[in-house]
Write a protein that binds this ligand. Structure first.
Ligand code: HSE
Length: 429
């Protein structure tokens, strides 16, 4: 007598959804055999009928209405790969209210409404699985939820966005300016038609919020995450970084400090010897730091349909094992509320600062005095390039509280011999 089928419904045939269908076609026997399951891809819902036509599944299994699928009493597990907040949120709510387990890759939704949706799942004795929402094919959620639970985790640092890492790598290796590198990322399929969430750092911030919430066991308020993207980075900055032994990476940094949680995403100069410096192109890597375990590093393909489809399918397997009673449905993700945050202004960093100044006597003395008056100590001063008749000045500070540095920079920019719009990048050496 065969096992009872566990019926899966898929919402969305985009980059990940179409690869999940392929994975069902290519690996289902192996997956079922290995896990003692009988998973079946029962129905697929996609708004665009043209995309549905390409599927090798019977017509009655195809739907253009996602809401019809989440109400189908035959479906046990719903995979949500539509993305965005709505209608994804309503669809997931509806699926849970209709008794279905949910698997999603939707980082925006889990980061901003995850607590509410998980609470609904818990109240129905169901669960939501979201391994694919962070780090594509790299296992990150399951290690945080299971393998590392016995330790106090104090730090999560990583490259969590493949598109921006690809762009920065091309800028660094080929000397391409930002727009040319973005165009190349698009050609290679590493940047979406609208890459704003990636290049402005929001994508990485959602992933950081999800990881930090699990690592530190607290609810995260999106408004408390400092986010700065890579659109202002130039090849000039990358070359200066190289000169001082650094590379520029878009880092997501979550820290549990004595005064609270600090969460930030920003371009960062890191030493060429730092392990994250050699994480290139579309690859992602994350360090999770625990008091007892020390540093644990995860590395792999953080974007792309094929790697991400494996994370989706692993979640489907976990949901199915739960449904079949192999494991207890563990929907517990207890998080403290009332989280205290440390604003970025209160953190200390070394800073790189590049600006243009008139090339005449007293300029260096004038800006040096402003930094000195604000207790900002300079570690390096480079002046070697001219831009027209202006001098390009590059400074690197010693460790300084961000608020003090910003005050000093504002005052320097008010000096009449200094031109506005400086470039500022934090260092993490
Ligand atoms: N666009 C993301 C990235 C992948 O470039 O990393 C999905 O989160």
């Amino acid at each position: 007598m065969g096992k009872q089928a566990v019926k899966v419904g898929l919402l969305g045939l985009g980059t990940i959804g179409s690869r999940v269908v392929e994975l069902f076609e290519s690996n289902l026997d192996m997956i079922n055999e290995k896990n003692d399951l009988q998973l079946v891809l029962e129905r697929v819902a996609e708004r665009d009928p043209e995309k549905l036509k390409s599927l090798k599944i019977p017509a009655e299994k195809m739907l253009t209405s996602a809401f019809e699928l989440v109400k189908d009493p035959n479906i046990d597990i719903v995979i949500e790969l539509i993305g965005g907040l709505e209608p994804a949120r309503s669809l997931i709510r509806e699926a849970l209210e209709n008794g279905k387990y949910v698997v999603t890759a939707n980082k925006d939704l889990i980061a901003t409404h995850g607590d509410e949706l998980l609470e609904l799942a818990r109240s129905r004795n169901l669960n939501i699985y979201y391994e694919a929402s962070v780090g594509g094919g790299i296992p990150l959620i399951r290690p945080l939820k299971h393998s590392l639970v016995a330790d106090r985790l104090n730090r999560v640092v990583g490259i969590l966005n493949g598109t921006t890492n690809y762009i920065l790598t091309r800028m660094s290796c080929e000397g391409l300016e930002f727009n040319a590198a973005l165009a190349q990322a698009r050609e290679k399929g590493f940047a979406e038609a609208d890459p704003s969430s990636d290049i402005e750092g929001r994508d990485a911030s959602y992933k950081l919020m999800i990881m930090a919430g699990l690592a530190f066991g607290c609810s995260i308020d999106p408004a408390q995450v400092y986010v700065e993207g890579i659109t202002g980075i130039t090849v000039g900055d990358i070359n200066y970084a190289r000169e001082i032994g650094c590379v520029i990476k878009l880092l997501a940094i979550g820290e549990k400090l004595p005064a609270g949680i600090a969460l930030r995403v920003h371009p960062t100069m890191i030493s060429q010897n730092h392990p994250l410096a050699s994480v290139n192109n579309e690859f992602n890597a994350v360090f999770i730091e625990g008091e007892l375990v020390g540093e644990v590093m995860f590395y792999g393909r953080g974007a792309g349909g094929a790697p991400t489809s494996t994370a989706v399918m692993a979640d489907v397997v976990e949901a199915a094992r739960c449904k079949e009673g192999y494991v207890v449905c563990n929907g517990v993700e207890k998080k403290t509320t009332g989280t205290l945050y440390v604003p970025v202004e209160d953190l200390s960093s070394s800073f790189y600062l590049r600006f243009l100044a008139e090339d005449r006597p007293g300029v260096l003395a004038a800006f040096s005095k402003v930094f000195g008056d604000n207790q900002v100590s300079l570690d390096m001063v480079i002046q070697k390039r001219r831009v027209g008749d202006l001098a390009e000045i590059v400074l690197v500070t010693h460790l300084v509280r961000e608020a003090a540095f910003r005050t000093a920079v504002d005052q320097v920019m008010n000096l009449e011999m200094i031109r506005p719009n400086p470039s500022t990048i934090r260092l993490m050496i």
